[in-house]
Write a protein that binds this ligand. Structure first.
Ligand SMILES: [Zn+2]
Ligand SMILES: [Zn+2]
Ligand SMILES: [Zn+2]
Length: 130
C-alpha cells in the first residue's frame, strides 16, 4: 500500500514551519526537504528528488547548470530542518504525537508497532479518557 518513493514532506504536517516554507521546500517535489543535498551550483533538493531527476537530465532543474557532485546542505538549512516539528504519519489512526523531525523515523517504528497492537476499539479509545 505504501510503495511511494520518499520525496519531501507534506508542508501541512509541520506545526512550526512559519515563514520558512519557501526556504525549506524542494523545487522538484515542492515538499519540505527530506535528506537535503546541495548541488555544485548551490541549489538544495531532497536526495531522492535530485537522484531521480539526474536519471533524466544532468542539468540543475533551477538554473540548468551542469550537475556534477552532490554535497552536504548548508549547516543553516540542516539546523532549520532539525528544529521542525512534524505530526506523526499515523495521525489519521489516532496518534496525536508531534515529533522533532530527526526523531520521526524512530517514532514511526514504535508507533507502527503500537498501532497494530492497539487495533481493538476498546484499547484505541482508552487514550482519550481524561
Ligand atoms: Zn524533493
Ligand atoms: Zn542550480
Ligand atoms: Zn505516532
Amino acid at each position: 500500500m505504501f510503495t511511494r518513493v520518499d520525496l519531501g514532506y507534506e508542508p501541512s504536517r509541520f506545526v512550526n514551519l512559519g515563514d520558512f516554507s519557501d526556504d525549506l521546500s524542494c523545487p522538484i517535489c515542492l515538499g519540505i526537504f527530506r535528506e537535503p543535498v546541495t548541488t555544485t551550483c548551490r541549489h538544495v533538493f531532497c536526495k531522492n528528488c535530485i537522484k531521480m531527476w539526474s536519471m533524466k537530465s544532468m542539468t540543475c532543474p533551477v538554473d540548468r547548470r551542469k550537475l556534477t557532485k552532490l554535497h552536504k546542505p548548508p549547516i543553516l538549512i540542516e539546523n532549520m530542518i532539525n528544529k521542525l516539528l512534524i505530526k506523526c504519519d499515523y495521525e489519521e489512526f489516532g496518534c496525536e504525537e508531534i515529533i522533532e523531525l530527526p526523531l520521526l523515523e524512530q517514532h514511526l517504528k514504535c508507533c507502527a508497532e503500537s498501532q497494530s497492537l492497539a487495533s481493538t476499539p476498546i484499547l484505541f479509545s482508552y487514550g482519550y479518557i481524561k
